[in-house]
Design a protein around this ligand. Structure first.
Ligand code: FEO
Length: 413
């Protein structure tokens, strides 16, 4: 059992790590790879929980065979049918003709849509919210978790050992490479950025649904959280649950500033750097600066969820928002981003309209985003004429941070 890890005495991680895939969902860069987690329970019955991406099926099938060690496979529980987990469901059916499938009604429908004909030779047990199923010593309770991350998603909870099978929830980019548990890695140092980028871009739109899951999870005595990607949590649950709670309520993790700039010849970039410098001079050093033209959208989104204040600095382009910046703010809308304070630096050599276009977009299409009045308008470059406006924007950002802290303190009282 060369790549298998034990989660509990009778539950095994039998997934696979993928360092070959460059773009997860063919859109998100994963330089640290990704793991496809699958688990196998050896009870009176043998139970497989989810499968893996088709590309990792060879290793996955070997792991199943090794752990079963000659026993038949009795059940396969499918929590989520996105192909990074459902890719090998049909192959399991073909290899284990007696296996019975347990899943949601919609997941079975998705299997048919994909074209998994072999599933129709197997008993299909549909479960829904509150149903339980006993495999011997272990009884699993099923929890519906629609839109975390697809509508058919189920979670399940082992009433004996407190294992929560969490589907995509609490998952992250990053290959495990032999490690399995959260306490075998330095999650805060090495994994949190990828966990944030994974959550915000993939599940970020569905915050209220994640809140529903967190409420359900709060009623359970959880000892292990087994997600479909990344480390298994067996302690320090408050750490990751607090992150999920903030992200799903669209509450910033930190008071800080993300300056995202769109610059053609360096003048808007210079203004963005000047604002960053002034904020740091004034004591607000929690500042990141991104060039939207060469920073992946998923990183811009992740940092938008992280920081309280966003400054968009953009050139005017065809009297409109520079295209890459426009893509970014459209993604903010698509992912339901809200509850942020926004500053604007606009630039135009003869007709500077971009600030108005951004403000219209934000006011019409984003929720609970306060646009600071202290807009900086550049006519080509930062100079003595607009330097004072830059001071005012930096002051307004710091002032609004103080106001937010005071409001929070009052609310606590
Ligand atoms: Fe990891 Fe929604 O699949």
């Amino acid at each position: 059992m060369y790549t298998v890890r034990k989660v509990t005495d009778d539950l095994y991680w039998i997934g696979a790590n993928d360092h070959r895939l460059a773009l997860f969902e063919n859109i998100f860069p994963i330089p640290r790879g990704v793991s496809y987690n699958s688990y196998l329970l050896l009870d009176e019955k043998t139970v497989l929980f989810d499968s893996v991406d088709w590309s990792a099926t060879k290793e996955f099938l070997k792991n199943i065979e090794d752990v079963l060690d000659g026993r038949p496979l009795d059940y396969m529980v499918v929590h989520h049918m996105e192909p990074d987990h459902g890719g090998a469901v049909e192959e399991v059916c073909l290899r284990y003709p007696e296996v019975k499938l347990i899943s949601s009604e919609q997941a079975f429908e998705i299997m048919r849509q994909i074209g998994f004909k072999a599933i129709d030779n197997h008993e299909q047990i549909i479960v829904k919210e509150g149903d339980t199923f006993s495999f011997g010593a272990h009884t699993y309770a099923f929890v519906e978790a629609p839109m975390v991350h697809w509508p058919e998603v189920l979670l399940s909870y082992d009433l004996k050992d407190g294992v929560l099978m969490a589907a995509d929830a609490f998952g992250t980019f990053g290959a495990l490479d032999g490690k399995l548990f959260n306490d075998e890695v330095n999650f805060d140092r090495d994994w949190l950025d990828d966990a944030r980028r994974y959550y915000t871009n993939i599940v970020g739109k569905y915050g209220p649904f994640v809140q529903d899951v967190l409420k359900k999870a709060a009623t359970l005595d959880i000892k292990y959280i087994c997600p479909l990607h990344g480390p298994v949590w067996r302690n320090d649950f408050g750490y990751i649950i607090e992150k999920y709670d903030k992200w799903s309520r669209y509450e910033p993790e930190e008071q800080g500033v993300m300056i995202a700039y769109a610059s053609m010849y360096g003048n808007t970039e210079h203004a963005a750097q000047a604002l960053a410098t002034e904020l740091c001079e004034k004591g607000m050093t929690n500042v990141v600066v991104h060039d939207v033209s060469n920073t992946h959208m998923s990183q811009l989104i992740a940092d938008t969820f992280k920081y309280s204040h966003i400054v968009l600095a953009s050139v005017t382009y065809n009297l409109e928002i520079y295209p890459v910046m426009k893509n970014f703010i459209m993604d903010l809308e698509a992912l339901n981003v809200q509850n942020r304070t926004l500053g604007i630096i606009e630039n135009g050599t003869w007709a500077c309209t971009v600030g108005d276009r951004i403000e219209e977009f934000v006011n019409e299409r984003l929720k609970m985003v306060d646009v600071l009045n202290d807009r900086v308008t550049l006519n080509t470059s930062l100079n003595e004429a607009n330097a004072n406006d830059m001071h005012s924007l930096a002051d307004a950002i710091i002032e609004s941070m103080k106001n937010i802290e005071e409001t929070k303190a009052k609310a606590k009282k």
